[in-house]
Write a protein of this length. Sequence first.
Length: 170
Amino acid sequence: MRVELLDLAARQIREEKREGHERASRLVRSAQIMLSTAMESLRHRRHRAVQGVKSLLTTARMTVGRWLSLIPRNANVHLERQTTILANKLRVMKPAVNSLLERERERSENRDRRLTLVNPRRVVERGYSILRREDGRVLTEAAKAPAGSLVSAELKSGRLKLRSEGEGGE
């Protein structure tokens, strides 16, 4: 009866571990997807901002060129006027671009904070450890560390080298 009870408890623990690992894997995948989506969105917005600025500059250059070709005698006066207009447009546009960049910076910082919250390293900092096999892969099942195999435990401060006594035991 004691053996059956221990077997039942061991199965329950293995099931809980497996479910915990699955939840952690889903959480990591979700965080990676969120980061990828956020980065793609930021790239797209940056591209649109750059294209908008280029378009405005191209339009302003074309306007200046037309005026210069129509009034060659007054080219310097006209050029000064167009330069002022362009400077004013840039002055008006600069706060909007800066505002857009500031919003994107804040969004990026918020995403960074959220990703920090789901970082597996935070679990280690709360007193848990991460066991790794000799090849550096995370050890998720006792069966993958037979008796005599080397294992390392990643702790909040440092690492321990351990030798497995195998699966099971009392």
